[in-house]
Design a binder for this molecule. Structure first.
Ligand code: ZN
Length: 407
């Protein structure tokens, strides 16, 4: 049941006690009324408070009971507990009844995000931001125009767009640069057109197929140009021999776990250089399932040792990056594979929130539940610190301060 516009606007000026009375009356009408109607009506207010919840804030700090989060104008206004934070009487409250508040999750390695139905599917399952690392279906300008068109639609996941994958002529990827000076020109052009970050390929041999590769000087020029304009550089790598190139080139993140063994010394260099790793274990599981190889076993071993060494991980699956199956929406397969690799559920949450926000270059706006950040929240009915299945037990999704889905 939905309320008429007139009734809706009238209700906005009632205080929360009067609203409760209205809800009570409406719910006694023959058609009845669900929790969802009540919660949807709250979207008429730009300010509301979530109360009586556990808060897992995305920073790696433990869950805090009896938490209160006040949302105003799409942002997180204040965070505290029922004992410490005063909620003005004029502010609508939602009793979460012991549910778990997390920052909205982010999948930092997807393809196929220039697609409205995919963006809706991600958003409604609490994946409120996706980072697309390779648009192969439209021109860069068309892709960035799509990103701009959907940016203010709260029912869609936020699209962070690299545009095409930069490579050498005849290389793995779809946006060739021919020289150091061409790299300077083309990267500036991509950023002028609207690229949120730059994705490059460091790949010459995968499953028997071979490609030409960017030179180290070209990679350094790409990174220098992108960084001078405050954009991160993400690198496709699948083989550990290319990690040295990524390190020397100065990229910010490596966008697959490698499927061959990474020596501990190389892991130590990555940790020392603060290079983030985006594992895409779901990709390697799909490849191993199909071809009967041990890529996933080795990738999980590499990830476990990287995390143990203090390496920073951001969650990413490579959705639609290969013909094997991928979860659209909640990346539950990836979460379970990360856990099997030795990551704690708290480490996985941080990988999917604050670390993911860093990889997107948006950690000042997203990824943790602190005042001033955008109110993207995933609310789960059970504890995601006890069982990964909790990620499928969703109660509510809030995107840009709007309740976009209740379950
Ligand atoms: Zn990919």
């Amino acid at each position: 049941m939905s309320l008429s516009n007139t009734a809706f606007s009238q209700r906005r000026i009632l205080n929360r006690f009067q609203r409760a009375a209205v809800i009570l009356i409406l719910c006694t009408l023959p058609s009845g009324c669900s929790d969802n109607d009540y919660l949807t009506s709250i979207n008429g207010s730009s300010t509301f408070a979530l109360v009586n919840a556990y808060l897992i804030d995305g920073t790696g700090a433990g869950a805090v009971a009896n938490s209160v989060v006040i949302i105003e104008g799409g942002l997180i206004k204040s965070v505290g507990t029922g004992n410490s934070l005063h909620i003005p009487l004029s502010v609508e409250t939602i009793d979460l009844k012991g549910a778990y508040i997390l920052p909205g999750l982010m999948n930092t390695h997807v393809h196929g995000a220039y697609n409205e139905s995919n963006l809706m599917e991600w958003a409604k399952t609490g994946v409120t931001t996706v980072r697309d690392l390779g648009n192969f279906s439209t021109s860069p300008e068309q892709g960035f125009a799509f990103r701009n068109r959907v940016a203010d639609k709260n029912e869609y996941s936020r699209l962070v767009a690299a545009g095409p994958m930069v490579t050498a002529p005849g290389g793995y990827g779809n946006y060739p640069v021919t020289s150091v000076s061409d790299a300077f020109y083309k990267i500036n052009q991509l950023i002028d057109q609207g690229a949120d970050l730059i994705k490059i390929a460091i790949e010459d041999n995968l499953q028997g197929r071979t490609w030409k590769m960017l030179s180290l000087d070209e990679i350094r020029q790409i990174v220098k140009t992108a960084h001078s304009r405050n954009r991160r550089v993400a690198a496709h790598i699948s083989n550990s021999i290319h990690i040295k190139t990524a390190l020397e080139g100065g990229v910010d993140d490596v966008d697959h776990m490698t499927y061959d063994y990474v020596p501990d010394s190389v892991i130590a260099s990555m940790v020392q250089n603060n290079i983030y790793w985006i594992p895409t274990l779901e990709l390697w599981k799909g490849v191993s399932d199909r071809y009967g190889n041990n890529y996933i076993t080795i990738a999980k071993n590499n990830l476990g040792r990287f995390v143990k060494a203090g390496g920073k991980v951001a969650l990413g699956t490579d959705f639609d990056g290969y013909t094997t199956p991928f979860d659209l929406g909640m990346p539950i397969t990836e979460i379970k594979l990360m856990k099997e690799s030795g990551m704690s559920l708290m480490e996985i949450i941080t990988a999917g929130t604050l670390n993911a926000a860093y990889a997107c270059g948006m950690d000042d706006k997203l990824g943790s539940v602190v005042p001033g950040k955008i109110a993207d929240l995933l609310i789960l009915r059970s504890s995601p610190l006890e069982n990964p299945e909790a990620f499928l037990n969703i109660k509510m999704v809030i995107h840009n301060g709007q309740i976009i889905k209740t379950y």
